[in-house]
Design a protein around this ligand. Structure first.
Ligand code: NAP
Length: 249
């Protein structure tokens, strides 16, 4: 395998082809990380890569379907092996399969669990050994206010996002003495393709419940991820950090 050792912190960001994941990737690259951009869409990943490289940042593209457990493990282990290190893991890839529980199919439940929960378990498990070897690790898993408050039509999504809280706090407790932190960042309503799909009626109903009186921007989540994955954030671990303009309070 090609030896491509890098003298900067190596970060994996899943779901980097658009939305919040693209903003996180751009921000981490701007902050001097080498960012491994992961998603299924080569076009989307290439667009993120082009933006980062034109700004002088360092990144690479790895196509991976996070629903494929073996591929997730191979991805994380491969990045650690290629670069001889893995410092930061941001599990951002996520999907919705919204419908009321009465109508929810087994497939809708399983698809959401596979990407939003099982893939996170597999990526984190594979990341721990290289992080322990480096005596440094920053894990951020993207939750949601739906996982805190629940949300009609999102029983599958809310369950997966809520589970990330217990899962991530457990990593923090198991790894606390090893220089590895683990936190959930739980966005509220952020303007991306995921929320565009909800339509104007839902958006108009949500807006009055946001004290900030606006929807959030991907860069506002990226800024919090940038801090949580920084060297300075060594004492912040086992937290679910809500970034929602006050919506869930
Ligand atoms: P988005 O615009 O729909 O983007 C989702 C990203 O995940 C894309 O890059 C997509 O890439 C990737 N992805 C989906 N399925 C994948 C799979 N099987 N394998 C690999 N990558 C996959 O979503 P977003 O709004 O940016 O949300 C990002 C994260 O924040 C998600 O975890 C979401 O649940 C969470 N969140 C979002 C909001 C919000 O208001 N937007 C609120 C709370 C939480 P490909 O399609 O190219 O694979």
């Amino acid at each position: 395998m090609e030896d491509f050792r890098i003298d900067k912190r190596v970060a994996i960001v899943t779901g980097a082809s658009r939305g919040i994941g693209r903003a996180i990737s751009e921000r981490l690259a701007k902050d001097g990380r080498h960012v491994v951009l992961v998603a299924r869409s080569v076009e989307g990943l290439s667009a993120t890569e082009a933006t980062i490289k034109s700004a002088g940042g360092s990144c690479e593209v790895r196509v991976c379907d996070m629903a494929d457990g073996a591929a997730v493990t191979a991805l994380v282990e491969g990045v650690a092996e290629t670069h001889g290190r893995l410092d930061i893991l941001v599990n951002n890839a996520g999907i919705t399969r919204d419908t009321l529980l009465l109508r929810m199919t087994d497939e809708q439940w399983d698809e959401v669990m596979a990407v939003n929960l099982r893939a996170v378990f597999m990526a984190c498990r594979a990341a721990l050994r290289p992080m322990m070897r480096g005596k440094f690790g920053r894990i951020v898993n993207l939750g949601s206010v739906s996982g805190i408050s629940g949300n009609p039509g999102q029983a599958n999504y809310a369950a997966a996002k809520a589970a990330l809280g217990g899962f991530t706090k457990t990593i923090a407790k198991e790894m606390g003495a090893k220089g590895i932190t683990a936190n959930v960042i739980a966005p509220g309503f952020i303007e991306t393709e995921m929320t565009d799909a909800l339509g104007d009626v839902v958006k108009a109903a949500v807006l009055p419940n946001i004290p900030a009186k606006r929807f959030g921007q991907p860069a506002e989540i990226a800024a919090v991820v940038a801090f949580a994955t920084s060297d300075e954030a060594a004492y912040m671990t086992a937290q679910v950090i809500v970034v929602d303009g006050g919506m869930a309070a």
